[in-house]
Design a protein around this ligand. Sequence first.
Ligand SMILES: Cc1cc2nc3c(=O)[nH]c(=O)nc-3n(C[C@H](O)[C@H](O)[C@H](O)COP(=O)(O)OP(=O)(O)OC[C@H]3O[C@@H](n4cnc5c(N)ncnc54)[C@H](O)[C@@H]3O)c2cc1C
Length: 261
Amino acid sequence: MLLREVEYARPSSVEEALRLLAVNDGARALAGGQTLINVMKARAASPDALIDLNGLDELRAIRTGRDGLELGAMATYTQIMASSEVEVTRPIVAEVVGTIADVQVRNRGTIGGNVCSNDPTNHFPPLAAALGAELTIAGPDGERSVSAEDFFEGVYLTAVQPGELLTSVRIPAKGDARDGWSAVTLGKEGTGIVNVAASVADGTARIAIGCVAATPVVVTASADETAIRDAVRSADLDPPADVHASAEYRRHLAEVLAHTP
Ligand SMILES: Cc1cc2nc3c(=O)[nH]c(=O)nc-3n(C[C@H](O)[C@H](O)[C@H](O)COP(=O)(O)OP(=O)(O)OC[C@H]3O[C@@H](n4cnc5c(N)ncnc54)[C@H](O)[C@@H]3O)c2cc1C
């Protein structure tokens, strides 16, 4: 289906993008367009104007510093997979984005778009929650930092308010932690039925489960199979049932995948 007519602007700085968002309540940021353009074609979203962030090189940078990894919101999955900073500082990030969909989606899709759309089946929300990511949001009154646990608010809902932009995602350096990812998907590169990210440090596993609720479900447990299974069971998951999996099967997968990453 064709898009309905929509205004379009391509700002050259974050300040200009924020000004454009501020003057039009119906304006939406456009990143890789892999979700937004599809929902616009399906008429599930109908913004009046698209503010295209693709001219903002300042949002594409990937840096490492004393505090870990900083991914600009417009860094694409392909860019992350090729980044030596990511490989050295938190390699699990490249491993996981390398399993998202296909090469076309990975070439266009951005880390900012992935978290801002907060589709419960997306890869990055549970990964960000397990790794303790901090997200920077810029708005008319300046910048603020939000933890991954507070960032994801509901299905397609995040802490980014109208008129604001996500500018970066910061992830602590790996240090001695052991990270893992495990997912059951619909086909090789398909949508997740359940996915799990985990990070183990000092004998404690921090586990974030995706696809079972509106936002990633985080549990912590000592890093052995029985404790992890008990912790997931105690989370009383109430996952959705659909044509791909029953709620009971998703609950079972969550428990099994949580100790396999
Ligand atoms: C065939 C297909 C299969 C897919 N499978 C998967 C999958 O298995 N796992 C997975 O994780 N993803 C999957 N995706 C989604 C893909 O990862 C998208 O790229 C991602 O969800 C959105 O990123 P984007 O850069 O394309 O954002 P866009 O589509 O441009 O934007 C998405 C939303 O985020 C907002 N937004 C974007 N950037 C910002 C910002 N910096 N500040 C504020 N708001 C912003 C937009 O306004 C929009 O509401 C799939 C997509 C396709 C087409």
